[in-house]
Each structure stands twice: as structure tokens, then as C-alpha cells.
Design a protein around this ligand. Structure first.
Ligand SMILES: Nc1ncnc2c1ncn2[C@@H]1O[C@H](COP(=O)(O)OP(=O)(O)OP(=O)(O)O)[C@@H](O)[C@H]1O
Ligand SMILES: [Mg+2]
Length: 262
């Protein structure tokens, strides 16, 4: 058994009286794609937020590459090599693709008296192109402002940016919340390809989605939540579609029957 890239044990999360997550165990290995499924309100986004450091669980342990961590903010998780792509993508609309790919880590060029001062746009474009080539991604020209891109192209830019950030780390972890929710056929295929290639480079990927065909296309394993509980965890290759739908809707019994303690 490899050491999981990310492992959660006994995670509980409450919003007031709502128990959004109930004793969740979860792991994802390096190079593995895990699809996180469940109906609306099942707890998928909440679990992703726990993994990304946006929410602190009420109980439970988080391990990154075998080491226990306590995240107080997304920057703690980012420091451990975890990147989350939010549904709103957080791109800077008027700026071009290269700038967006490098947000927060702009390449600086030495100024006239040796001062750091200029953002080296040329070098940034060159390195961005290299990174996108490596990921096998094709978008619009680097100099095009994000506000002029389609929804799908923006999604690809946001994904690529996270992949680039995560790749600086050894064995990064990427968390995606419904990356194809607003995409058409062609662009969904694009994003699927990108997810698969990132995993093939060793990145561990957790993807929340309602898109079952996408799961079968890119996921190695399916984890299904129902009303805050994990009800299934199985290889995608052997997952019967009707069973999966049953676990999602709650008509099928959990793979993990609760042990009665009294
Ligand atoms: N900020 C919040 N405050 C209070 N309750 C919340 C909050 N966020 C989520 N919840 C509740 O926690 C539960 C899980 O919500 P979550 O957003 O994780 O679901 P989800 O599986 O991502 O659903 P969807 O598919 O609709 O995105 C729901 O009952 C929801 O109402
Ligand atoms: Mg959600």
C-alpha cells in the first residue's frame, strides 16, 4: 500500500445543528483520481473545504503524505501542496492568460539599478507556454485577457494554474469542485483530458461532480456521500451505474453498515 497523498479519518463537521459530515474516512493516492459523488447537500463541498483548509472540522485527523496536519486557513493547506479550484475560478478578468497563470508568483525582472521592480511579462509568457505545453493544454494566445475567453477556456486556465502551482511541490494534491458544471461537450472532454494528464504526472486529484459519464471517464475510484455519511467507496471500473445512482439517491444500502453500539 502506498502512503496516501491525503488521508482524512473520522471527520465530523457541524454547521450549527446541521451535521454536514459524519465520521468520514477518506484517502487519495499520488496519481489517483477520486470522484466524490452525492446528491445536493450531501456534504461534498464541505468535505472539499475541510481538505483545503477553508473549514476546520469539529473532529478528525488530516494527514498529508503520512504526516498529521492541522489547517487553520487555505494557505496552510497550500503550504502542504494542496490546491483547490473554486467554482467561481478566481481569475482576474482584465488580465491576460499569462498573468493569471502566475498570479501571486509573478516573475520579477531586475530594474535599472538592480532593483526588483518590473514584472517580466515576456519571461512570464515564455514560461507559461512551456508549462501549458507540458500539461498538453491548448488555449487562446497568452496575451488574451481572460474576460475575452469562453467559460470552458477559463476553466482550463484555472485548472492549469492550480496544476502549475501544485507541480512545484512533490506530489501535489488538487481539489476540484464541479469543474465541468458549465461546460459543453468539447470543453468537458478538454477538462477530462487535463485531469487525466495531471494525474499521470503524479498529482492526486479529488473531483466533486454530478457528471457520471465524467466519473467513468477519468476517475480511478468513486466515493459517494449521502446526507453527510460515506455510503460507498469502490473502484470506478467495477462500479455498476444503477448501484451508484442508488447510493447517491439513498435507495441503496450503505457499503458500511453502522455498527450498533449499546
Ligand atoms: N455555510 C453553511 N452554513 C450552514 N449550513 C451549511 C453551510 N454550507 C453547507 N451547509 C449545509 O451542509 C450540508 C452539506 O452542504 P454541502 O454544500 O457540502 O453539499 P454538497 O454536497 O456540496 O451539495 P451540492 O451538490 O448542492 O453542491 C447541507 O445540509 C447544507 O445545507
Ligand atoms: Mg457543493
Amino acid at each position: 500500500m502506498p502512503t496516501p497523498a491525503l488521508e482524512l479519518s473520522g471527520i465530523e463537521m457541524h454547521y450549527g445543528f446541521v451535521r454536514a459530515l459524519d465520521d468520514i474516512d477518506f484517502h487519495v493516492d499520488p496519481g489517483e483520481v477520486v470522484a466524490l459523488l452525492g446528491d445536493n447537500g450531501a456534504g461534498k463541498s464541505t468535505l472539499l473545504k475541510v481538505m483545503s483548509g477553508a473549514h476546520k472540522p469539529s473532529h478528525g485527523v488530516i494527514r498529508v503524505r503520512g504526516e498529521e496536519h492541522s489547517f487553520h486557513a487555505p494557505s496552510d493547506a497550500a503550504g502542504a501542496g494542496i490546491q483547490m479550484v473554486y467554482q467561481d475560478l478566481s481569475l482576474v478578468e482584465p488580465q491576460d492568460i499569462a498573468i493569471n497563470l502566475n498570479l501571486g508568483q509573478e516573475t520579477l525582472r531586475k530594474g535599472p539599478l538592480g532593483w526588483l521592480g518590473f514584472v517580466d511579462r515576456k519571461e512570464m509568457r515564455r514560461s507559461s507556454e512551456r508549462e501549458l505545453d507540458r500539461l498538453g493544454v491548448r488555449t487562446a494566445p497568452m496575451t488574451r485577457p481572460v474576460e475575452m475567453l469562453s467559460g470552458g477556456q477559463r476553466q482550463v486556465v484555472a485548472l492549469a494554474r492550480s496544476a502549475i502551482r501544485v507541480n512545484g511541490e512533490s506530489q501535489g494534491i488538487l481539489l476540484l469542485d464541479e469543474p465541468t458544471a458549465a461546460l459543453g461537450y468539447e470543453q468537458t472532454k478538454n477538462v477530462e483530458g487535463l485531469i487525466r494528464r495531471m494525474a499521470d504526472q503524479g498529482i492526486a486529484i479529488v473531483v466533486v461532480t454530478h457528471d457520471l459519464p465524467l466519473c467513468y471517464e477519468v476517475a480511478d475510484r468513486l466515493v459517494i456521500l449521502n446526507r453527510g455519511k460515506k455510503v460507498a467507496d469502490l473502484p470506478a471500473a467495477t462500479a455498476d451505474r444503477d448501484h451508484v445512482v442508488g447510493w447517491i439517491t439513498g435507495s441503496r444500502e450503505s457499503m458500511f453498515p453502522t455498527t450498533v453500539t449499546s
